[in-house]
Design a protein around this ligand. Structure first.
Ligand SMILES: NC(=O)C1=CN([C@@H]2O[C@H](COP(=O)(O)OP(=O)(O)OC[C@H]3O[C@@H](n4cnc5c(N)ncnc54)[C@H](OP(=O)(O)O)[C@@H]3O)[C@@H](O)[C@H]2O)C=CC1
Ligand SMILES: O=C(O)[C@@H]1CCC=N1
Length: 271
């Protein structure tokens, strides 16, 4: 399977790192991006072929992943449409951009799967929300699933509108985790530990707790309560978080990301 990426930035690089040499040989992956330095790095790391603009290798690809910023998508689609094979599967990873708009910009191309991956794909631990537009065959749906499963888990959605909530939870989610880790590290340092110790303790705690939650069938609240001894240290911390409105702030943040996804689609889809 030949896969072309249009846009070789952060998320494309994470996907390519997860796919090259595992799902398919790096030489089966072609990356188009105007930044020569980024292309050189991807070529050196994974043996992918590269180009500065859409070219014949894109036209020869079975799958074309659209991995430019949402604001760049309309122009990219316009420059891509005359090169796109009618049977090529298009995977869009862009936040917001609606399938119908993309199909129109691509001159009525039918086979489009909208996806919302996340950067842990880099280490095969991503999770991708996916929705197939009408016109995607079962074989193409299976191919899209196989590509994204090669870099982690997949969750298929029936309703395209649900891709915005997925963006809010898991697409943007790694940034919230890193933000929380930064706060835990800062607290560790303020309490006298070194930055390295703070990072090690915080990261191991997050990874361990997340893995425990993944392997458990119990409600998350039960797992939390097991850490929380009556009148103890965790109780003191959680009471402080409640008083500071941490849960509400997180809920509002996820909703803000989801709303921004919907807004981007509306803004950028307008003719
Ligand atoms: N980062 C993430 O965690 C996630 C991102 N996404 C989605 O992935 C997409 C890319 O995001 P991200 O990787 O963060 O963004 P980046 O800006 O890192 O990557 C986009 C790349 O596309 C390049 N580009 C611009 N115009 C063209 C063109 N005409 N042809 C080919 N390449 C072009 C950009 O170059 P230049 O910088 O010079 O413009 C840049 O290198 C977005 O749509 C985003 O919504 C989805 C899930 C998670
Ligand atoms: O911040 C963004 O818009 C992209 C989409 C999800 C993660 N990063």
């Amino acid at each position: 399977m030949k896969i072309a990426f249009i846009g070789g930035g952060n998320m494309a690089s994470a996907l390519i790192s997860g796919l090259a040499g595992k799902f398919t040989a790096g030489s089966n992956i072609h990356v188009v991006d105007p930044n020569a330095g980024a292309l050189d790095k991807l070529h050196a790391a994974h043996g992918v072929t590269t180009a500065g603009t859409v070219d014949a290798a894109v036209a020869a690809s079975d799958v074309v992943v659209l991995s430019v910023k949402p604001q760049q998508m309309r122009d990219v689609a316009a420059s891509l449409k005359q090169h796109l094979r009618s049977d090529a599967l298009v995977l869009s990873i862009a936040a917001g951009i609606r399938g119908a708009d993309l199909a129109r910009w691509l001159g009525g191309h039918a086979a489009i799967v909208r996806t919302m991956p996340n950067t842990p794909a880099l280490i095969g631990r991503g999770i991708t929300g996916m929705v197939a537009m009408q016109g995607v065959s079962d074989a193409q749906k299976a191919a899209a699933d196989a590509i994204m499963k090669a870099v982690g888990e997949t969750v298929w959605l029936d309703d395209e509108a649900m891709i915005d909530p997925v963006t809010g939870v898991s697409g943007s989610g790694p940034a919230y985790v890193f933000y929380f880790l930064e706060a835990m590290q800062q607290a560790a340092v303020e309490l006298g530990l070194s930055a390295e110790q703070g990072r090690e303790l915080a990261v191991a705690t997050f990874a361990g707790a997340a893995e425990l939650a993944k392997r458990s069938d119990e409600p998350l609240s039960v797992l939390r309560e097991r850490v929380t001894s009556k009148g103890g240290t965790t109780y003191a911390a959680l009471t402080s978080m409640e008083q500071s409105g941490v849960k509400e702030a997180v809920v509002n943040a996820v909703k803000a990301a989801s709303a921004r996804g919907r807004e981007l689609g509306e803004e950028l889809g307008r003719d």
